[in-house]
Design a binder for this molecule. Structure first.
Ligand SMILES: Nc1ncnc2c1ncn2[C@@H]1O[C@H](COP(=O)(O)OP(=O)(O)OP(=O)(O)O)[C@@H](O)[C@H]1O
Length: 392
């Protein structure tokens, strides 16, 4: 498995979508890795990802493919990140949490309860003298907060401007509303003062995280937020005590439920909300740049990874590059009414995967028979076509 895995997931059509637009969908399945996206403007576009989860995919399959290797690594002291990306309503939270974090219907359980189950299963089945401890933290927003306001007088009139910063808040202690990100030589990136709650078993971990989810709603009400757009980051810290080697090893696992990726104009935001939406989009774009830089070939000139461009990427710095595994799940709606948002989500994922998954227009001579399997190019052929012929 490569260190960066990019997958697409399509949620089923909602009853409203079926009522308003019928059962039509914007993609045509090819196989577990590829599909055609039907674009009114550009014609058919072929996308390939490490795995595509269609609307009938099971939560357990998503977790098995995306999270299992990352969980194993975290228990062994290597950091990792799982990110859900997509527009509002595309299925990010459903993939992360399931219908609810404490949902007991096994089939519907999301990544978080499965990751917790997996972590403790590995820990409890380990033998030898190594002892493990698991701590949880939860931070959110990383969008702007007005911290400074300047007022000055010019030509007899008062002018005022606000400076916005992206800030992280502690979901286990709402009084900590500006978590600082620091770097230490021995520990790498640290979230200064963030609450870490030790947990001993899965049920306790789920209770703790569900409190954080409740606090998120409380925090948003307290701040009178009209928008629920915010990134939510679940942090699992797994520490191993190795008495023989007389040392400890720490693996961190970050599960990131990103804010909706819709364009600022579409949100209809104004004033403070507009500033907030811009900050969110800036951090999403910073994340895209970081992932793009990480997946560039070593020969590429793109050897600078711009972690410092946003607090979100800075916080994830130790869990994205190097030997860390990262999984990006691009969540999409199947409905043709959301086609442009779906296309932009897919392009984000394709950029993260680079050339091996860049979308391309099937050349016109292939279009008449594009549905026949024999005419669907494989990935190598796709790369060749992109390199030689097709520019998007
Ligand atoms: N794979 C799926 N199977 C069944 N229902 C799903 C699936 N994915 C999403 N849904 C449903 O679609 C709706 C929107 O999903 P969800 O809340 O996860 O979107 P989101 O991307 O997290 O949106 P937001 O950015 O606003 O939080 C929910 O009612 C959810 O239950």
């Amino acid at each position: 498995m490569s260190k960066v895995v990019v997958c697409a997931r399509f949620r089923p059509l909602s009853s409203n979508e079926v009522r308003d637009h019928g059962n039509g969908v914007s993609i045509q399945r090819i196989d577990d890795e590829s599909f055609n996206f039907k674009d009114e403007k550009d014609g058919d576009l072929l996308f390939s990802f490490d795995r595509v989860f269609y609307e009938d995919s099971a939560q357990s399959n998503v977790c098995e493919f995306l999270a299992s290797p990352i969980v194993r690594d975290a228990v062994n002291g290597t950091n990792g990140t799982i990110i859900t990306y997509g527009q509002t309503g595309a299925g990010k939270t459903y993939s992360m949490e399931g219908p609810s974090i404490t949902e007991c219907d096994d089939q519907k359980r999301g990544l978080i309860p499965r990751v917790i189950g997996g972590l403790f299963e590995i820990i409890n089945s380990s033998y030898g003298s190594t002892t493990y401890s698991v701590k949880l933290s939860m931070v959110y927003r990383f969008s702007n907060s007005c911290r400074l306001r300047f007022t000055w007088r010019k030509l007899g009139r008062y002018h005022s401007t606000a400076i916005f910063f992206d800030v992280g808040m502690d979901l286990f202690d709402l009084s900590k509303d500006n978590i600082q990100i620091k770097e230490s030589k021995s520990q790498g990136i640290i979230l200064s003062g963030v609450t870490e709650i030790p947990v001993l078993e899965p049920a306790e971990a789920l209770q703790v995280l569900s409190k954080g989810i409740t606090n998120r709603a409380v925090g948003e009400t307290q701040m009178n937020m009209a928008s629920s757009r915010s990134h939510c980051v679940y942090i699992f810290t797994v520490q191993q005590e190795l008495p023989v080697q007389k040392r400890t090893e720490t693996g961190k696992l970050f599960l990131v439920d990103l804010a909706g990726s819709e364009k600022v104009g579409k949100t209809g935001a104004e004033g403070k909300l507009l500033e907030e939406a811009k900050t969110i989009n800036k951090s999403l774009s910073a994340l895209g740049k970081v992932v793009y830089a990480l997946t560039s070939s070593p020969q590429s000139k793109l050897n600078h990874i711009p972690y410092r461009d946003s607090k979100l990427t800075r916080m994830l710095q130790d869990a994205l590059g190097g030997s860390c595994r990262m999984a990006l799940l691009c969540c999409c709606s199947l409905s043709p009414s959301n086609a442009s948002e779906t296309l932009s989500t897919l392009r984000f994922g394709a950029r993260a995967q680079h050339i091996k998954a860049m979308p391309f227009v099937i050349p016109s001579e292939d279009k008449t028979s594009k549905t026949e399997e024999s005419n669907v190019p494989d990935k190598d052929e796709a790369c060749e076509r992109i390199l030689n012929k097709v520019h998007i």
